[in-house]
Structures are given as C-alpha cells and as structure tokens.
Design a protein around this ligand. Structure first.
Ligand code: GTP
Ligand code: MG
Length: 243
C-alpha cells in the first residue's frame, strides 16, 4: 500500500480524499445518469495528460471530443497526444482493451498516470437479461481482477464508473456489478445530483479515511469545487500529491 495520491484538481473532492485518488488501487464512482461521472473521468484524464503522462481511456459511452475540448481548452492537442482511447463494442472487446492497457502499464515503457473504464458496467448490464448472464458476470470479474493487479503492480490509479439500479424495497440507488465489484474497488464514491449544476461526492468506502462528502459543480469548462455555502463534512489534512 502506498500513500501517494493523484490530485483530481477539484479542491473539495481532493480534501475529501486527503489529497486525491490512491495510486495503487481501483476507485469506483457510481451514481445516476447525469451525476457527473464521465465529466469527472475526463477532468482527471485531462489533468494527467496535461502533465505529460499517458492515460488509457476505455470508453463504452462514445465520449465526444467536444466535451473534452471544453475541459482541455487550448491544451487539447497536448492532451490528445497522451490519451490512448479505446471504444469497445461489447463486453469481450472491453475485456481485451483492459488487458492491453494493463499489460502496457505494467510493462513500464512509458509513464502511465491513469487508467479509466467508463462505464465498466454498460455492456454487463445489457447482458443481464439474456442467456449469457453467467458469462457476463465471469467476464466482468476477470476484468476487475486485471484492473486490481494493474493498479497494484504498476502503481497506476484506476477509475471505473458504474451505473445504478433502484432498490424498490429500500428506496435507494444501488451500484450494479454485485459484491465482487464492490470488493475490487478499495475506494468507492457515490455521486448525487443536487439542484441545478450542483453535485455531491459521497465517500462510501476507503481503506484509511472515514465516510464523508464534498460538493462540486458542473461548469462550462468542467468540474469545480468548493461550492459557495457547501456544508460538506470536512476531511483529514491533505496527503502527498503527485501533481
Ligand atoms: P451517465 O453516463 O448517463 O450515467 O451520466 P454521467 O454521470 O456520466 O454524467 P455526465 O458526466 O455525462 O454529466 C452530465 C451532466 O453534466 C448533465 O447533467 C449535463 O447537463 C451537465 N453538463 C454537461 N456539459 C455541461 C456544461 O457545459 N455546463 C453545465 N452547467 N452543465 C453541463
Ligand atoms: Mg457517463
């Protein structure tokens, strides 16, 4: 276990995470549609690429360059040069993309600063109602194991996003992917939609930090925190920052 952190650049979230994302494990972000998961991934990816490190970005959603451009501003070309984007079309291709990214990161030929899978459960969800449900579960489990090993061996932070389902009994939004996904991720953040552009990150699980929350908001150029009037729970002092 390392105490290195990758700062996200969103001040309130970095405070919540005592400096940022842990570099040797998988961080899961789950939340309803429009809660800011993809914008968060793009924001952190742009930051890492801008600093000259490589980002492997596995995208199942068809992220548009326009969204990245809004975040990147005049640095777009510089950022694109460090971004290795793959756009799998099914769960099998997704597994292969993750395996390739992991192998390259572990090989250590180039400085890799981040691996993103957004969303890790899009194709998995599509398979759940079909006859290949068990295969889908197994494919996702293998992929997650791969990501865990990559993060640990290459000391590369991994962000995966996850969709939600509504528990009618509890009236809550629950992450997809079952217990294996929640065990694989050592940090779990839930993103909530508040009014307008306001969003809240809730720290649901962490190896060394207490539960807490932080507000941020969506602007035309990305994510920003703190939000005026935010009463989020304060976190312990910031740790080591990579950038
Ligand atoms: P899913 O992938 O559907 O699960 O959603 P997500 O959690 O990935 O949400 P995403 O990061 O795509 O955030 C989309 C939210 O950002 C939506 O509510 C948009 O309305 C909002 N949004 C996108 N661009 C802008 C912008 O330039 N300004 C503002 N204020 N909001 C924006
Ligand atoms: Mg998204």
């Amino acid at each position: 276990m390392t105490d290195e952190r990758l700062a996200t650049g969103i001040a309130s979230v970095d405070r919540l995470l005592a400096g940022g994302l842990e570099t040797d494990c998988v961080t899961e972000i789950y939340g309803e549609g429009g809660s800011g998961k993809t914008l968060f991934c793009l924001e952190v990816a742009a930051r890492v690429a801008r600093a000259g490190r490589w980002v492997f970005y596995v995208d199942t959603e068809g992220v548009s360059v326009d969204r990245l451009r809004a975040i990147a501003g005049s640095d777009l070309d510089r950022i694109l040069k460090r971004l290795l984007l793959s756009t799998p079309k099914n769960l099998e291709e997704q597994g292969r993309a993750v395996a390739t990214a992991g192998a390259l990161a572990r090989e250590g030929q180039r400085p890799v600063g981040l691996l993103v899978v957004d969303s890790a459960t899009f194709y998995y969800r599509l398979s759940l109602s079909g006859s290949d449900e068990d295969d889908a579960r197994q494919a996702l489990s293998l992929e997650l194991a791969d990501l865990v090993v990559t993060a640990r061996e290459a000391n590369v932070p991994v962000i995966i996003t996850n969709q939600v389902w509504r528990s009618l009994r509890e009236g809550t939004l629950e992450p997809l992917g079952g217990s294996f996904l929640n065990h694989a991720a050592k940090t779990i953040l839930r993103f909530d939609r508040l009014s307008g552009a306001r969003r809240r990150a809730v720290l649901v699980k962490h190896r060394s930090l207490p539960e807490g929350s932080a507000e941020f908001r969506i602007t035309d150029t990305g994510l920003e925190g703190p939000v005026p009037g935010d009463r989020s729970v304060p976190s312990p002092p910031a740790g080591v920052q990579l950038t």
